[in-house]
Write a protein that binds this ligand. Structure first.
Ligand SMILES: [Mn+2]
Length: 468
């Protein structure tokens, strides 16, 4: 059986909160998804009979472990790094699939009839932020996937969108140079691993992100041809939106509350997606990705980033014992915590420089902690900074670095590019001295409370740990 949104929801069914009360996607979904700690399924969407809506599937390590088929949350980053190192899987084109059960072509394809929420107060409108965006290089025929934000308007078929992702933007520029419209499709509602890998930003000259995700899952992904454009889309998606992007058409786009939880960042005249068809399952589940603070939006991008940096940082000095990498979803993707056991002086320093100069522009603050610090726990990380860090020698600011276009705290350079921000990056070494200097290292060892390993009290210990 292929990995689908439905197979994933079956696997986590006992964690899902099913909501049967009437809820309005345009005005009420935003806060409900933002506040939820666990998976949600809305069964009664006012104005959208037949549709269900789900979100908050992988916001924490527990959901991410479930997506990767793991029990231990500490394996998430190393496992994904290993699977991604193994390279892509395959795709195959099939004649038909569940996503073709209902076909709305041309005038019947009104995007406003999908239960697409408005995410935040101040947004320019309802926003699709959960569609795996598929384009194809007109020269090589190799597809690209990413997840873009697209704004709904009063026009049932016209949607401006922000194209920040590098690969499909380069596709668009090739179509612009030819004076042709670019075919583009949005696939909504896939197994989360396809959503996660769609946000990977590495090079791929002879495969696409769908095939890469299929490799991580150990399967061949089934694709079907679109109805109105020359493109292939996942056969087991819940919903597919097909359309064309004209080479010169522009509409105002934004503002949109982004993953930063800030309401501004990339407004401007934007390319326009013209809807040509919508196909979906008979009983479609709309996969929403709420874009505010600590939702699925952050880990969808940070997971492939963590895996890529896990491999990259282990290369420091040819052999650095990096144990785990965590980009906290509650820190806007701009902070990276690395758990490391250094052998030599300077090793953590160089590893932190590598973290701050890696492939992603997101990393503004890099923190190194020891193997005995729970890097998923902000309290423990802040303890390490407080107890194991001499600010005179262990903290530094690197100036004149390029930062993420949506990092509004960093000044913008010039007004020709909306995406060029240059500022400082912060490194914090909160680790003990390296292992070859055992005496100094031991002086910063943390004590274990009495009885920690006493088997006789482990049951009581579990009870006292539970929140009451
Ligand atoms: Mn790509």
């Amino acid at each position: 059986m292929p990995h689908t949104l439905r197979s994933f929801l079956d696997n986590i069914h006992n964690r899902i909160l099913n909501i049967h009360d009437p809820v309005r996607p345009e005005t009420q979904i935003g806060i409900l998804c933002s506040e939820s700690r666990s998976p949600l399924m809305f069964h009664n969407l006012v104005g959208y009979p037949g549709f269900k809506l789900t979100d908050i599937l992988i916001k924490d390590r527990r959901g991410q472990a479930a997506a990767l088929g793991l029990d231990n949350i500490k394996e998430v980053c190393p496992f994904l790094a290993k699977q991604m190192s193994a390279g892509p899987g395959r795709s195959t084109i099939v004649k038909d699939g569940p996503v073709k059960e209902v076909k709305l072509i041309g005038k019947n394809a009104d995007i406003r009839k999908l239960p697409i929420p408005q995410h935040s107060h101040g947004d320019a409108g309802r926003y699709l932020g959960s569609g795996i965006t598929i384009t194809k290089d007109p020269e090589t025929g190799i597809r690209n996937e990413s997840i873009l934000r697209m704004q709904l308007t009063d026009d049932p078929h016209k949607c401006p969108f922000w194209m920040a992702a590098r690969h499909n933007y380069s596709h668009y520029l090739k179509y612009v140079a030819r004076g042709e419209s670019m075919p583009m499709a949005f696939a909504i509602g896939l197994h989360p691993v396809y959503e996660i890998i769609a946000n990977w930003s590495g090079r791929h000259e002879d495969f696409d992100e769908l095939e890469y995700a299929a490799g991580v899952l150990g399967e061949t992904v089934e694709l079907v041809k679109c109805e109105t454009i020359d493109l292939e889309v996942p056969a087991h998606a819940e919903i597919v939106i097909e359309g064309l992007v004209h080479p010169t058409e522009r509409m105002p786009e934004g503002p949109f509350g982004e993953f930063t939880t800030l309401g501004t960042g990339a407004e401007g005249p934007a390319p326009v997606f013209t809807v040509t068809a919508i196909t979906h399952r008979k009983d479609p589940i709309f996969r929403h990705m709420q874009a505010t603070w600590f939702t699925d939006h952050q880990p969808l991008i940070t997971l492939p980033m963590e895996a890529a940096y896990y491999n990259r940082l282990r290369d420091t000095h040819g052999n650095t014992k990096v144990l785990d990498v965590f980009v906290p979803p509650w820190a806007s993707q701009f902070m990276m915590v690395v758990q490391v056991e250094a052998k030599w002086d300077g090793q953590v320093t160089d590893m932190l420089m590598s973290a701050l100069s890696g492939p992603n522009l997101h990393v503004k603050v890099a923190i190194a902690v020891d193997e005995d610090v729970d890097l998923y726990n902000a309290e423990d990380v802040l303890w390490a900074i407080a107890a194991r860090c001499n600010p005179q020698t262990d903290v530094w600011v690197h100036p004149n670095s390029r930062l993420h276009p949506l990092d509004v705290s960093i000044p913008q350079i010039g007004d020709e590019y909306t995406v060029m921000r240059v500022g400082g990056k912060l490194a914090i070494d909160a680790t003990r001295p390296p292992t070859w200097r055992k005496k100094e290292r031991d002086s910063l060892g943390r004590v274990d409370p009495m009885g920690k390993h006493d088997p006789a009290i482990q049951k009581i210990l579990e009870m006292v740990r539970l929140p009451r």
